[in-house]
Design a binder for this molecule. Sequence first.
Ligand code: SF4
Length: 356
Amino acid sequence: MTKLEKKLKIDAIVKALKKVYPVALCSLEFEGQGWKLLVMGRLSAQCTDERVNIVCRDLFKRFPTCKALADAPLSEIEELIKSCGLYKMKAKNIKDSMIRLHYQYNDIVPDTMEELLQFEGVGRKIANLLLGDLYHKPAIVADTHCMRICGRFGMYPEGIKDPIKTERILSQLIEPEEQSDFCHRMVLFGREYCKAQSPKCDTCPIKTICKDQIKVKKLDESYINECLDLVWQVFSEFEVPVFPKEGVVEYKRIIDETRKKKNITFYGALDDGKVVGVLGMRENNHIGYFYVNSKYHKRGIGKRLFNIMKEDYRKKTFTVNAAPYGVPIYTRLGFVPTDKEQNVKGVIFTPMKYEE
Ligand code: SF4
């Protein structure tokens, strides 16, 4: 995608998510008090917001002001925040930063990145959270949800886990006044739909915008090697714990033959020009190959490939003769319900009943 395409796409997503989550509140319950958000932001590293909220109810009850927490015995803070993990370091950071906030800033959280980064245990993520929520300044909070989901949107290569890089890219694409709320919506959206392990693409309210970047189409011969490489890569990945050794040898033979004969029509899912899903059909409609890169297999790519095939052959339903080693693959792709996998055993099933 060009930068302009990315910009237009993220604009559309920002707009759509506003409708899905009209209220974009921070999930940390800091009650509008900056010092509390500073403490909670520090506690949230490698811990859920839910746990931080629970822990802070007791912490703020016992030490109800910035000064009280600054003067608190370290051991008491440690005891109260223990369940958040990394508690020794976090307790020390919290006490030191409350001392700094009280004596240097008179309990008022500063409003510049430079000053915030002076606070103990505060990195760019917490600083952006404070700038966005307390001062409504442009701020990208590149947490795990934001980094993962925007990679899936195609704003940068999927899988990047560099918060500084993602912050830099997203801050150039998302309108300044939308940035802070967008990141809060990412948290809500990541928990409800775009989960790390099993994104709910079927019911996702923005799936039509998200999937724009992945083009599904018939491929010409120049793609044959890339398609077969993907088939082999995915097959190898899937089969290791599942299939007998003969299956691997046989498959390798079929792939090598296909490379030579080129008697197969390929449909591909292309992400930025790279083949990430393949449907290969022989002339007699027999499906030779149907594989999707494991990073994409939960994103409805398989179903889109089948739909393209349906259109192309003007048929309402298809049956697929899944060889025994194909069944676990089709199950992972969502065409065979997990609880039915044991009964399918390589017989024919109809994919279209799972159509979007
Ligand atoms: S379609 Fe899937 S990958 Fe895209 S945003 Fe929705 S849940 Fe995430």
